[in-house]
Design a protein around this ligand. Structure first.
Ligand code: FDA
Length: 366
């Protein structure tokens, strides 16, 4: 008999199982995929750690969480500095003095501020009614047209004029020549990939892969006193209030034999609407790789339907109301803990999901 059945070997489930195991509790971890790690899973191809479910860059301001993950891996000095590709032109992200210089030839921060201000005023938008107006009111027309519009419309699968303004609350604009995407104190990529972190977390713990909780629910629930559930919350309750919606992604990965450096950067965003993918990831650059070949992944946003991989929750009013009903049911469960991105219908960065798992551990074990 186990103390905990942990459904999902992603970051939430693995942190919980590791901490429970440390406290002498017996855990069984199951995952329906054929590997551990959930979406942070990395796989070696041609000696390169490939981020199978999209680019994963660890970043946090929280010293305790940084020290925690460093207990499982050494992190390199990778700094996320993505580029935007618009009709053959390349711009630095996040929007900063390098971007403004390339766009308008401006050199000083004051010149850049003036340019943005002029475009904001010329747009005449005072109360933005949709995402397009919101973006223009924040950064002006040029940045919107070249760097935001196409990317956002591909990501959401609809026109920026049909998207609500609240999706973009603010846009990071920096008036320094600094291409570091994040403001956090700590960031990096684990040397050897993320899968090694999860392997260390789950060392000595029983793990069963290719096991879908819903296909063996009764038998699995009978094996443990408590369940830690990190799958989709609507599925847990048999979709009784309806289906929570997501956006999905398709990844197309290719090994390139004839070049060792395809794009010179780990992440390049494609911001015009004619190109169907939003990003190309060149995985070796996350670890300053010197291999003879290179591996690239194109990321295509797609409509989601039940059965597809759920990636980004669509937290609009309709879905949030539905989630509230599921959450109310879940808080009444005595022997089930719900955690992670799918069970709480929330986008989490890795440091946030680790923080949430550690908070659950504190609550459970004191
Ligand atoms: P996760 O989805 O990883 O794990 C849940 C596990 O449960 C999965 O393995 C699944 O197979 C399993 N499962 C579900 N239902 C089941 C069932 N019925 N039976 C058995 N098993 C079941 N964060 C960050 O900090 N920096 C970054 O750069 C990025 N980049 C990024 C890119 C993309 C494209 C996405 C979608 C996400 C990111 N993230 C990120 C976020 C990061 O992926 C996220 O924080 C963690 O993966 C969340 O871990 P969870 O354990 O919550 O879910």
């Amino acid at each position: 008999m186990y103390d905990y059945l942990v459904v999902g070997a992603g970051l939430f489930g693995s942190v919980f199982a590791h901490e429970a195991n440390k406290r002498g509790k017996k855990c069984l971890v199951v995952d329906k995929r054929d590997h551990i790690g959930g979406n942070v899973y990395t796989e070696q191809i041609e000696g390169i750690n490939v981020h199978k479910y999209g680019a994963h860059i660890f970043h946090t301001n929280n010293q305790k969480i940084w020290e925690y993950v460093n207990g499982f891996a050494e992190f390199n000095r990778y700094t996320n500095s993505p580029m935007a590709h618009y009709k053959g032109e390349l711009y630095n992200l996040p929007f900063n003095m390098n971007t403004f210089n390339k766009l308008w030839g401006v050199v000083s921060p004051d010149e850049a501020k003036e340019k943005i201000e002029q475009q904001k005023v010329a747009s005449g938008i005072s109360e933005p009614k949709n995402l397009e107006e919101q973006a223009i009111s924040l950064v002006g027309t040029d940045i919107y047209e070249k760097l935001i519009k196409g990317y956002t419309e591909k990501q959401w699968g609809r026109s920026a004029r049909e998207l609500p303004a609240f999706i973009i609350k603010r846009l990071p604009v920096r008036f320094t020549y600094d291409n570091n995407y994040f403001n956090d104190r700590y960031q990096g990529i684990p040397v050897g990939g993320y899968t090694g972190i999860i392997e260390k977390m789950l060392k000595g713990i029983d793990v069963r892969l290719n096991v879908d909780f819903f296909e063996e629910r009764q038998e699995l629930e009978g094996l443990a006193d408590k369940v830690v559930y990190t799958g989709m919350i609507d599925h847990y309750y048999d979709y009784k209030y309806g289906v929570l919606e997501y956006r999905s992604l398709q990844f197309e990965t290719n090994i390139l034999d004839d070049t060792d450096n395809y794009q010179g950067n780990a992440v390049i965003n494609y911001t015009d609407e004619e190109i169907p993918y939003t990003r190309i990831i060149e995985h070796k650059h996350f670890e300053f790789g010197t291999q003879d070949k290179t591996v690239i992944t194109k990321e295509y946003p797609t409509e989601w339907k039940p059965g597809d991989e759920p990636y980004y929750p669509i937290n609009d009013d309709k879905n949030n109301e539905m989630y509230k009903k599921y959450k109310a049911l879940s808080t009444n469960e005595k022997n089930v803990i719900f955690g992670g991105r799918l069970a709480t219908y929330k986008y989490y960065d890795m440091h946030q999901v680790i923080g949430a798992a550690l908070a659950t551990v504190d609550k459970e074990f004191g």
